[in-house]
Design a protein around this ligand. Structure first.
Ligand code: MG
Length: 163
């Protein structure tokens, strides 16, 4: 009997505040803006959402449990390292990514000029081609914390396959 392929879907959401004096890094790509994202690591909300989606798909504890912000070793860390660690582990368990799809809510900066670089960055980290990375951004029409430019929200879904 042929072994059945196993498919898993996962989703993740992350929010970080926008503050002065920090670099704005999203999807592993530095983006010019007057403010940056605040957090214990580099606060790359998009990568954090993707990491949580991967962890969710495989029923593991979330990013905050794996990399607690009380631990100095994760302070100001390049969030690509979180993704490398988590994805490396899943790869060794036989998982591959079929696709990811992400949406960022941000009133500013304008992200569309940076889509190609962000998609290439994420695809490279996951070992997939950029056409398997969906990336969109929207404002919230000036509503709420995103609309007031106090922070951004990133959400992501992933589809994994094994077997
Ligand atoms: Mg986060």
């Amino acid at each position: 009997m042929p072994q059945l392929r196993e498919l898993r879907v996962g989703q993740g959401i992350d929010i970080h505040p926008l503050v002065s004096g920090r670099r704005f890094i999203l999807g592993g790509v530095p983006i010019p803006y007057s403010k940056g994202l605040a957090g214990h690591s580099d606060a790359d909300a998009l990568i954090h959402a993707i990491v949580d989606a991967l962890l969710g798909a495989t029923g593991q504890p979330d990013i905050g449990s794996l990399f607690p912000n009380t631990q100095k070793r994760w302070k100001d860390l390049d969030s690509r390292e979180f993704l490398r660690i988590v994805w490396g582990k899943l790869k060794r368990q036989g998982w591959e990514v079929l696709n990811i799809d992400a949406t960022v809510l941000a009133e500013a900066p304008k992200l569309s000029p940076h889509y190609p670089a962000m998609k290439a960055s994420l695809a490279g980290l996951l070992g997939i081609t950029p056409d398997r990375v969906g990336l969109k951004a929207t404002t919230t029409e000036q509503l709420g914390f995103v609309g007031r430019k106090e922070g951004i929200l990133a959400s992501a879904v992933v589809l994994l396959m094994r077997g």
